[in-house]
Design a protein around this ligand. Structure first.
Ligand code: SF4
Ligand code: SF4
Length: 304
């Protein structure tokens, strides 16, 4: 597909298996209640096309690069990476147009779907799980944006099976050593999402007191396990494809948590790129924590 994208169809009846799998992991305590409530509870598994018509989910994996916010703190500069997977608006527009073109010849329809994208991409064979529970994709590593749409395409017979794990993980472990928060345990494959920096810095409110200031490494999310992975060497996601350069005043406003309307355009664009429009307080808190951590540990190994 165009620009290295990968895609797959999943017939709607298969979604029941995905939903059951998540429920059984919740009941077994493998997924914590708070993580379920925040990331998994609101999925909608019912086809908008009803039970009588064929329907399927189209899953699109788009390799993307990263963005960087250059901040002027007065006494020093600070670079803050927005990891690949936080979605540039242009990519969403491109993907929607691409799907429209693909379906128009057959007269098929589509509409956005809110579903567990990682599970679908793994079960359709688009990607394989790494030890860090993040999918790796051929030629793009883990730096991929996943999106899904409902379609009325009959996808019976499309590829489907159990999620697979990278063979390479058996003799590696680089991600487990890179994690600053002890999210990996020996006795189970699932990482402890409640300790993962991404789940902590995507949520509002103060960071827990146990969190090492050293661990902050990005404007949002965490790159440390992915940066350590040999599957991510030389992929597009390593490149900075967008750069938001903020002067001293714009930096101060962003760090103060000003809303988009009160930010200079470049700072408001950075907020959108981090998918935090309307949540300026989260980006402000993260950037302050990153600045503080870097001042304590300016030469962190593995720094993203
Ligand atoms: S760093 Fe190594 S163990 Fe971790 S996901 Fe990558 S290949 Fe697997
Ligand atoms: S994203 Fe960061 S905190 Fe989460 S498992 Fe990976 S290294 Fe650990």
């Amino acid at each position: 597909m165009e620009k290295g994208r990968l895609c797959a169809f999943c017939p709607s009846p298969r979604l029941l298996e995905v939903e059951r799998d998540i429920q059984s992991r919740l009941e077994a305590g493998e997924i914590g209640e708070s993580i379920y409530a925040r990331y998994l509870k609101d999925f909608s598994y019912a086809s908008p096309y009803g039970l009588e018509l064929p329907s399927s989910v189209f899953i699109l994996a788009s390799p993307i690069g990263r963005a960087r916010i250059d901040l002027d703190l007065g006494d020093r500069k600070l670079e803050a990476i927005i990891p690949p997977t936080y979605c540039p608006e242009e990519l969403m527009a491109e993907n929607t147009a691409l799907l429209g073109t693909m379906l128009s010849d057959s007269g098929s329809h589509c509409q956005p779907a809110w579903l567990p994208l990682k599970s679908l991409a793994a079960r359709t064979g688009l990607g394989r799980y790494g030890r860090d529970n993040i999918l790796r994709f051929e030629g793009a590593g883990s730096y991929v944006r996943l999106d899904a749409w409902w379609t009325d395409v009959d996808a019976a017979g499309e590829s489907w099976g159990p999620a697979q794990v990278l063979d390479r993980c058996k003799a590696c472990g680089a991600c487990t050593s890179a994690c600053p928060n002890g999210c990996f345990t020996h006795d189970r494959f699932l990482v402890d999402a409640s300790k993962c920096l991404t789940s902590l810095n995507e949520a509002p409110g103060p960071f827990p007191t146990w969190l090492d200031p050293h661990s902050h490494n990005a404007a949002i999310g965490c790159l440390l396990c992915q940066e350590a992975c040999p599957e991510n060497k030389g992929v597009r996601g390593q490149q900075v494809e967008k750069n938001f350069s903020l002067d001293k005043e714009a930096t101060a406003r962003l760090l103060d948590g000003c809303s988009s309307a009160d930010l200079p355009s470049e700072a408001a664009a950075a907020l959108r790129a981090a998918e935090l429009s309307g949540k300026a307080d989260i980006l402000a808190r993260n950037l302050r924590a990153l600045a503080h951590g870097r001042s304590l540990y300016p030469k962190r190994a593995n720094s993203a």
